[in-house]
Write a protein of this length. Sequence first.
Lengths: 473, 446
Amino acid sequence: MLDKVILERVLEEALKKGGDFAEIYIEEKQSSNVFCEDNRIEKVNSGREKGAGIRVVKDGRTAYVYTSDLSEEGLMKAAAVVRHASANGKETHAIELSPKQPTFTISCKRLPESVSFDEKIEQVLAANKRARDVSDEIRQVTVAAGDLHKKVTIANSEGELAEDERTRIRVIVSTVAARDGIIQTGYESAGGVCGWELLEEIAFEDMAEKAARLAVNMLSARPAPAGRMPVVMSSQAGGTMVHEACGHGLEADLVQKGLSVYKDKIGEKVAADGVSVIDDATLDGKYGTFSFDDEGNYGQRTVLINDGILEQYMYDRLTAVKDGRDSTGNGRRESYQDKPIPRMSNTFIASGRDDPETIIKSTPSGLLVKKMGGGQVNTTNGDFVFDVQEAYMVEDGEVTYPVRGATLTGNGPRVLNSIDMVGKDLGFSIGVCGKDGQGVPVADAQPTIRIKELTVGGTAPASGPAKRRIRRV
Amino acid sequence: MEDFLRNTGEKALEWARKRGVEAEAFLLQGRELSIEVIDGQVETFKEAEEAGLGLRVINQGRLGFVFTSDLSDQAVKQVVDDAISISRYTEADPHNCIPQGKYDYPVLEVYDPDIPAVSLEAKIELAREVERVARSSDARISIIERAGYEDSEFTNVIMNTNGIYASGRGNFCGIYVFLVAEEDGDAQNGFSVMMRKKYKDLDSGFTGREAADNALRALHARNISSAHLPCVMEPYVATRFLSLLAQMADAGMVQKGKSLFAGKLEQAVAAPVVNLVDDATWAGGIGTFPFDGEGVLSRRNTIIKDGILTGYLYDCYSASKAGVAPSGNGHRGSFRSLPSVGTSNFILQSGSLGPQELYADIEKGLYITEVMGMHTANPISGDFSVGAAGIMIEKGKLTYPVRGATIAGNLGEFFLDIEALGNDLRFFGGKAAPSIRLKSLSIAGE
C-alpha cells in the first residue's frame, strides 16, 4: 500500500480549491482465466492492472479523475486535475487518516495464485468430458474457470482509511445440443467471494452434466404458450426476478431522480403479505459479498421490504447525504475507472412457510419456471421482461411437459403484489449486473413462489386448440 | 505517445524473439472525457487516462496471452515470460497465427483535431444545450435523468514478429440525453444518443428533441391482446436485431457450430431485399480505421447479397481454419483481451420507401419503437422472445401507443420475413439500418 502520508497529501491537494468531500480509491488486481471449447483448452490468460480514481464532491456534484500512474507524482497530478474541475472556493483542510477495521472477515483458503493452472485445467477438462458424455446430441461444450485477486485501498477526507483484499472465483458451463435442425442451449454457473476451495463445495462435473441435460431435454420441449397464466417460480430459478423487478427500483439514485416506481412509498404496502426483500452483503462467500463497499463503508444487511411494507432504499454516500442519512454500504464500482453508485450485493426474497411441492400441487394450470435467463427492467414504470431457460407446464397440479422459448413480461410492483404463495426453500444464482455501463458481481435468491398471473410470451397461442411447432428454416 | 508505445512493443518483441516464440504486441493509450449535466450544472465530470499492453505469443502452435497496465521494462519482460509459461497449458493448434501480410494501410480520416481543440466550457455548454432543448420541448417532460457530452481519443500500435507494424490515432465524440415524460400519472422514458467522428457534426437540437418525442409518443400506452401482426421496426430496433445477426455471421461461432448460419453459405438466409455489408472504410463511421485489432488491412465485406449469405466475418484464426484470407474483423475491445471476431461498420443497406410508406397499406399492425431484453435472444438456436413497445398501426396510420407486449419467433424466419426496407438508414454506434417491414410476428399481450 502507498504511504498514508502520501494519501493524505493527495486528498489535501484534491480539496485545495474547496469541496465537501474527497476520496482516493486505489486498486491492484490480478486475474486469470482458463477457457475450454471444441474439446480442448483454447485459451489461458492472465493479467495485472492497477490504477487509482480520485473524486471531489461539492454541492452534490462529482469530479472524477483516474489514472494508471500510481507514483506520488502521478497521483498529485490527477488530484490537481480533479481540483481544477471542481474549483471555485478557497479552503484548506488538514487530513489525518486512521485505519478502519472490517466488522467481519471473508475467508479465502486457497488463494487464486496458489492454485496451479494444471489443477484448474484438470477440473475444466473433467467438466467438459462429463457434459459431452451425456448425449451424442451435445454439439458444443464451453467450460471456463476464472479467478480474481484484488487489493483495494480507500481513503477519504473524513479521515477514513479502509484496506480490503478480495478474491473471487467463477466457473461456467454452457452447452449446445442439436436434433433434426433444432438447437437448444444449457447453462450453469457458480461462483463466490472465496478461494478455489469453492470446488470442494460445488460439484463442477455435476454442474456440467446438468447444463448438458438441460440442453438435451429442451430439444423435446414444445413451444411455450403465449398469454396470461399463473406462474410458479422454483427456488432453483434463482433471484433474477427480485433483482430486476424490485431491486433496481430500490436503488436510491434512481429513487431520487424520480425514476423509480418506489419513490415516496416508504412505509407503504408495495408487496403481498409474507413477502420480504433483503439485500445482504454479509452472507458468507456469496458472489455479491463484501466487508467494505467501494467507498469504505461496511457491507451490511438491509431489509428493503418487510412483510409487504417498503422499509428502506439502498444508498451510497452521495445519495445518503442528499437524504440526510447514513449510507447502507451499497456504494459499488466496477473498477478504479468508475465512480461508485448505489448497487445491490446479495438480494433475495426471504423464505416463507409453504412447502414447494404443495405450491405446485395447488396450481390447477400454469407455468413452472425452473431456470431463468437474463432480464431487463424499466425502473420508471416497473415493466420488465425475463428470458426463461427451463420451464414446464403444470396441469391439475402435476408437472407435465417442458416448454421452450418462453419469456415473462410484467410489471414489478404488480408482480410483488400478486405473489400468493412463498416457499420455505431458498435458491441462489449469480451474475454480473450492469448499470450505467458498470458491471459488478451480485448474487440473488428466492424461495419457490407462485405469482397469480403473469404474461408469458411464447410462440404458441395459449387459447389455440393445438400446440404448434414453429417452422424452422 | 506513439514513440513510447513503439519502444515498449519493440522491447517485448525483442525478448520474445530471444526466447524463440512468435509474438504480437498490442499497445493502447486512451484518454476520455465525460461531462454529465443536471439542471444546467455539471453533475459529474470525469477525465481519464489509461495505457496498457496485451501480449500474444504462439509457442510451437500453443497460444499464450497476458496483459499489463505496467509498461516498465521489467514488467514488459515479465509479461513475455508469463505468456510463454501459460502457452504450455493450451493445446497446439496449427491455426493459431498472427498476420503475415505486408499491408499498405490506407489514409482514412479518423482523427478530428477539433475534438481536443474545443474548450471544456464549450463542451459543457453543448451538454447543457441538449438538456435545455429536451426540457423546453414540452411541458410534460418532467425529469431529465441525465444529459451529457463525451469524447474519447486513443493511440494504438500493433506489431508482431512477422514484421507487421501498424499504428494509428483516432477519436470520436457524442452527446446524449435520457428523460421521462409524465402526464396524468403515466410516466414514459425517452432517450437519444448521437455519436460522431467530427465535433461539428454533433446536433444538440436534434438529440434533445428526439429524446423528448420518443417519451411523449409513448404516453398512455395500452396493452394489446395476443395476435400475429405485420410489423414495422424503427432503425434503432432494426440495429438491435443486426447485433444478433453479427454474432451469427461470426466465423468463429460458425466453425464451432454455435450459429444458425453454419453451413448456410451461398444459401438464402434473408429476404431478397436484404443486403448487408461490414465496411471498415465507410467515411465518417465510428468503426472506421485503417486496420483491425490484429493489424490486418481494413476492407469492405459483403455478408448478405440479395438475401444470399455470401461470407462470414473472419479474424486470423478463423480465416486460417476456413482457408481464406482474414476479412479485417479481428476486433479488440481493449489491451486486456485477445482479439476475436467483431464488426466495424455493420450496415443493412437501405431500400427506397419512406418510413410512412412502409406501413401505408397495413390494415392492422405494430410499429415497434423499443425492444427490451435483446441479450436474451439466442443466436445459436435463433429463438427470441423479447419485450416490445411501439405504436399501433391501423388502416395505414399510426394510432395509439402500446406497451408490455412480447414479440417472439426465430431469427432464421425473421430475416426471411423482411418485406421491405426504408430509405432512412441511420447509424447507432457501429451498426446502421433503415426501418424494416416484417410480414408477421407473434405478439403476446394481455
